[in-house]
Design a protein around this ligand. Structure first.
Ligand code: COD
Length: 300
């Protein structure tokens, strides 16, 4: 199975048990809006950790009905985040979500060696896009966490993403490793890594997916483009997952899809002991809601 729309994630969530989500430093308007919508639609059971007064004030001015919702009071943001991470780490909840707190504060807590959500795996960012000009949902990694991944990191990033796609119901996701060109160029490191990843996949060193690369963006998403260039590839034109060479390329693609192509997006951090919804302030309430849906669907 593949996802044709982000809303297909609802079917996966509906088939499982309801997941508990902790919103850390919950006094954030858009995050609260998305979490309450997900609660009302029976997608997650939320626990809000943060400044009760500020949470109630946002909810009353936005007409959010939170009667019956569990709130744990902690005014201090750093302490609220620590409390939230500890609750997820001790299995009191299945998903962690970032509220009114900086990304680095949250990640530092997540990476805490004593009580964080480390598993020994690399943590990586995973985004799903629904864009009108592509025939199915397309996953993109890593556009927000690992700055300049080396080959070892890229293997971990592919493994994180492929495991997530398998949990979402994919069988053999098709992975395109992007470069600026589709030929191996010894001066372009991304193409060398791409060729190595493809060969490792052929030799079963990276399993449960079909990897091809280097592919330029056009060959990855358009069979016609690939044919024009004489590329024979099982992945070209039917990619499920795009592996980015680095955060700059990835982040520009992310923002281009959202701002120019009006793509819908859902994103989470993978590789920790629980999925983390870590959307940015510029993400819409819909993107935060879809990210909650993705986190709930991707739980083991
Ligand atoms: N996975 C697992 N462990 C990690 C990871 C990771 N991806 N990154 C760091 N660690 C561990 C290290 O092993 C180490 O034990 C500890 O965390 C600290 O490592 P540092 O000093 O290399 O990490 P930091 O704190 O300097 O940086 C980690 C960040 C994730 C903050 C950094 O990689 C970063 O700034 N990424 C980009 C975030 C960003 O700006 N995104 C844009 C959003 S739109």
């Amino acid at each position: 199975m593949v996802l044709n729309k982000l809303s297909d994630l609802r079917t996966i969530v509906a088939g499982g048990t309801k997941k508990k989500l902790i919103l850390a430093a919950a006094q954030d308007q858009h995050s609260l809006g998305a979490v309450i919508k997900a609660w009302k639609e029976n997608i997650v059971e939320p626990i809000l950790v943060g400044d009760t007064g500020a949470i109630q004030s946002i909810c009353s001015s936005s007409n959010y009905d939170i009667a019956g919702l569990q709130i744990v009071h902690e005014q201090d943001v750093v302490k609220a985040v620590e409390m939230s991470v500890r609750m997820v780490s001790s299995r009191q909840a299945d998903v962690l979500m970032k509220g009114m707190v900086g990304t680095s504060t949250l990640l530092k807590s997540v990476l805490n060696k004593e009580w964080g959500l480390r598993t020994g795996n690399l943590l990586s960012h995973f985004a799903l896009f629904e864009v009108e000009t592509y025939h199915k949902v397309i996953a993109v990694t890593d556009v927000a966490m690992n700055i300049s991944p080396d080959l070892k990191d890229k293997i971990a990033i592919v493994n994180n993403s492929v495991s997530c796609l398998l949990r979402l119901g994919y069988k053999m996701p098709k992975v395109a490793v992007l470069g600026a060109v589709e030929m191996v160029n010894e001066n372009m490191e991304a193409t060398l890594d791409a060729a190595l990843l493809s060969k490792m996949n052929q030799r079963d060193q990276i399993k449960h997916c079909i990897i091809d690369g280097p592919l330029a963006f056009d060959n990855a998403v358009s069979l016609e483009s690939a044919r024009h260039k004489g590329i024979r590839s099982e992945v070209a034109g039917d990619t499920d997952l795009l592996l980015m060479p680095d955060i700059e390329v990835g982040n520009v693609l992310y923002k281009s899809l959202v701002f120019f192509a009006k793509a819908k997006v859902a994103s989470i951090i993978l590789g920790a002991s629980a999925p983390i919804v870590l959307t940015s302030r510029s993400d819409s309430e819909q993107a935060k809601f879809d990210s909650i849906l993705l986190a709930a669907a991707s739980c083991k």
